[in-house]
Design a binder for this molecule. Sequence first.
Ligand code: NAD
Length: 438
Amino acid sequence: MSDPTNAPNPEPRTKPTHMPLEWDTPMYRLAVDQLDQTAELMNLDPNIWERLRTPQRAHVVSFPFRRDDYKTVETVFAYRVQHLLTMGPTKGGIRYDEGVNLGEVTALAMWMSWKCAIMGLPFGGAKGGVRIDPHTLSSDELQRLTRRYTSEIIEIIGPDRDIPAPDLGTDERVMAWIMDTYSQQKGYAVPGVVTGKPIEIGGSHGRREATGRGVISCAKEACHSMDFSLDGASVVVQGFGAVGRIAAQLASTLGAKIIAVSSVSGGTYNPKGLDIDAVSAWLEQNGDKLKDFPGGDFVTNQELLELPCDILIPAAIQNQITENNAAALRCKMMVEGANGPTTLEADAILADRGILVVPDILANAGGVTVSYFEWVQGAQQFFWSEEEVNRKLIDLMQSAYHSVEHLAKEKGVTLRTAALMRGIGRIKQAKHVRGVFP
Ligand code: NAD
């Protein structure tokens, strides 16, 4: 690789022109546009810039999936993308969603690379996805689907190779089935092949709450920078799953007033504050329907994003804050629990309006950080207490937040650009010292 300080007129050479790349979708373009903007500001070595724009490995599979009636056999599409193999094994979640495609998984794998580098974790980014709506599956169907998907990607995953974790639509149960399927093929138990697994088979204390805890840890630091306290702040959370529910619970414990939360079918709003335990209990009893929740008024997901509040936490899916609604947001800051919730255009509008955005690659990095702790504990067969895990997580989140904030001030850029600079900068250094084979 050439010396980045001497790089003339940096410009990547693989801009998709006449032949679109297989993964070229809007979400992939968002990830690449973020990289391009940052690379230009950093005067990044064009050789490294070009390498980072595409994934190193992209595995596409289709497989037969038998429904419970034992008659219907569907063909299911699934993916595992490894963006960067420079830093160590690759790491990233697996999502089950009917809209998943190669471009989405590739973008998510890129973001994982930056995220791991920002946190100083010895991983490159990866992501997996199965194109199916998991909410239509019975538990048996979910298990069969998971075991077959694992078999299809078995050659490219492993504790020293690529380590999946939960994401949208997947959970501890799914991780246990992946671990079991992988272990059956190897002939011995291999807990290190996944993280986010149940405690009984080598999971870590605090992993379930880690992403939400990281989000709230960042929110707390950001409040401090903006001279107000999380205690007493009004908070709106979109998405009430693994990330959003915990973020809402923890913020509420710290004295914040959660005024609205939502799931896929809409949300509930109470300007006086919601009882988060009551919302959880309601969802458990009534399925994914907040419409009739007695403690609040119904709001659509779109209305929820535009409610007046101190802190908005998008924690559902990508592409929620766009040029169509960014001007209508009425929060002081936004802390991104979800991956890719904000488009490039919306980002610029929010920056112009002085709304602080704590970007996904920093704010939701708590999950992969405790996944790293889980991997380390498994390798050592020495397990930590929940307090120890939480303390180490908060230490790392705070120091990452401050390092990114410091860089943002120094360079006069947004937190997102600074976070990208930090992550990409560390990867650049690693690529330089490793060189090019052969
Ligand atoms: P989850 O499946 O546990 O929960 C998702 C929540 O979002 C649910 O409440 C669901 O009803 C809601 N939702 C789904 N589609 C929606 C839509 N169209 N509009 C509004 N709400 C919708 O998923 P999760 O693990 O909490 O992941 C949420 C986001 O956080 C994703 O972007 C994921 O990539 C990101 N993330 C998750 C982790 C993790 O550890 N689970 C780590 C980092 C980032």
